[in-house]
Write a protein that binds this ligand. Structure first.
Ligand code: ASP
Length: 451
């Protein structure tokens, strides 16, 4: 059995849903289908989830919201009209929206319930469409599928017992269409995952049914080894490990939701990223075992928006607990950190700028100076992290040399070097302005000879 998940752009229009149906028909193993809400059809279009968030906020602000409801309904009407599915399903969607409006949920739960209407309605539309073309298909609500989650609106976590329930999907006849993005608490409250969370549902369902493969259909042929906005026509990655994918998505690879890897990884279900517009393409496989590869580096990732908090104190190396006290201050201030490169008398803490708002800066610096009696405390913003990733790196000599040479060739100064203990990645801190030049130069160094 395969679980196939179709993302927002794959279900954005009737034209795309025809392609989706073709893909489902092509392989009888594709028995469980997970869908997103309709996404953007063109640049500048609005995702249905964003229309729903807007509707929810308008309603919660006590403003007139009829127009916002119509915008949502019209997106589905465009699809159902073209697929000739009649009006019954549109009435049902409108009723679902009014049920949320009239419910006695608090505002957080209401907002989650509004958001869920997008995937829920699309799952209903797709199952009716599949039936209309003669396929045996049915809609299945996540509650009936057994997707049970924690009570954290907008950030649900799956509960372990869900997996056993999901296995029962094997007993169902025909194709099952499940909406992604939400589950239910034990008390029956609807709670959504974080944004982009249909990937998580797909992965949970694939783990639950112990699928042979979790296919994640999107709008790119595969995962590229480097950001295609920086390097033209970069190499496609045909296969990589969960660990490599996790490292890459840390610094800017956004093809697949971060949290979605975990359920598939724990159950050892291979994941395949494929293109709905080119289903014959090979796609990218994410697997648990290291594949033999000619190149120890599988990908180069980069992300800006980091800062470095520098703390210097003479004889820091003799002071037991200095690092803990420094990190305690950050914990106290609710700031999470990424890395802590350190020297004899100094320590830097690398933090995402979004986690360290400017308004906290003065207080944090003051606290470190006073409580830790530090000699120097300074903050450098506007940093970027560039990473090279590959499980083959730990058994290959000369990777760091090749990488640093690439930075030198690009005339980019290195502010920090960090090789994680797992040796799956090597990370370089630079000024944000140097990202493009260094990524191009690294690409040339590690992939140029295979061009
Ligand atoms: N529709 C949701 C979002 O836009 C979830 C998803 O598409 O995966 O975030």
């Amino acid at each position: 059995m395969k679980v196939a998940k179709f993302g927002g752009s794959s279900v954005a229009s009737a034209h795309m849903l025809r392609k989706v149906a073709g893909i489902i028909q092509d392989d009888p193993e594709r028995r469980v289908i997970v869908v997103s809400a309709p996404g953007k059809r063109f640049d500048g279009d609005t995702k249905v989830t964003d229309l729903l968030i807007n509707l929810g906020e308008t309603f919660l602000n006590d403003e007139p919201y009829e127009k916002e409801i119509d915008l949502v309904i019209n997106r589905f009407k465009d699809i159902t009209d073209e697929l000739e599915l009649g009006d019954k399903i549109l009435k049902e969607i409108r009723q679902d929206i009014h049920d949320v409006i009239n419910s006695d949920y608090n505002s957080e739960l209401k907002l989650d319930a509004f958001k869920a209407v997008g995937e829920d309605s699309l799952a209903k539309v797709l199952s009716v469409y599949l039936q209309s073309i003669g396929m045996q298909a049915s809609y299945l609500n996540p509650k009936d599928a057994g997707i049970m989650v924690s009570d954290e609106p907008g950030h649900a976590q799956i509960l372990e017992e869900s997996f056993d329930y999901l296995y029962k999907l094997h007993e169902r006849e025909g194709i099952v269409v499940i909406p992604g993005f939400f589950g239910y608490t034990k008390e029956g409250k609807l709670i959504t995952f974080s944004r982009g969370g249909s990937d998580i549902t797909g992965s949970i369902v694939a783990a639950g049914v112990k699928a042979d493969l979790y296919e994640n259909f999107t709008d790119v042929d595969s995962v590229y080894c480097v950001n295609p906005n920086i390097v033209d026509n970069p190499r496609e990655i045909t296969s990589l490990t969960y660990k490599e994918m996790r490292e890459l998505s840390y610094a800017g690879f956004s093809v697949f939701h971060d949290e979605a890897l975990i359920p598939a990884f724990k159950a050892s279900i291979p994941v395949c990223i494929k293109n709905t517009n080119n289903p014959e393409g090979l796609g990218t496989y994410i697997v648990s075992e290291k594949h033999t590869s000619y190149n120890p580096v599988v990908g180069i990732a980069s992300d800006s928006g980091f800062l470095s908090l520098y703390v210097g104190k003479y004889l820091m190396n003799r002071e037991v607990g200095f690092g803990r006290r420094l990190l305690n201050i950050l914990e106290d201030e609710g700031i999470s950190f990424e890395h802590t490169p350190s020297g004899i008398d100094d320590m830097s803490v690398i933090i995402r700028e979004s986690n360290f708002p400017k308004r906290k800066e003065e207080r944090v610096v003051q606290r470190i100076k006073e409580e830790l009696k530090a000699d120097t405390v300074s903050i450098e913003r506007d940093l970027a992290m560039v990473m090279i990733v590959g499980e083959g790196m730990n058994s290959t000599v000369g990777i760091a040399q090749k990488a640093t040479e690439a930075f030198a060739n690009a005339a980019v100064n290195l502010e920090m070097i960090n090789q994680g203990s797992s040796e799956v990645s090597m990370m370089f801190g630079i000024k944000s302005s140097g990202i493009e030049a260094s990524v191009r130069s690294l690409y040339q160094a590690f992939f140029g000879e295979y061009e």
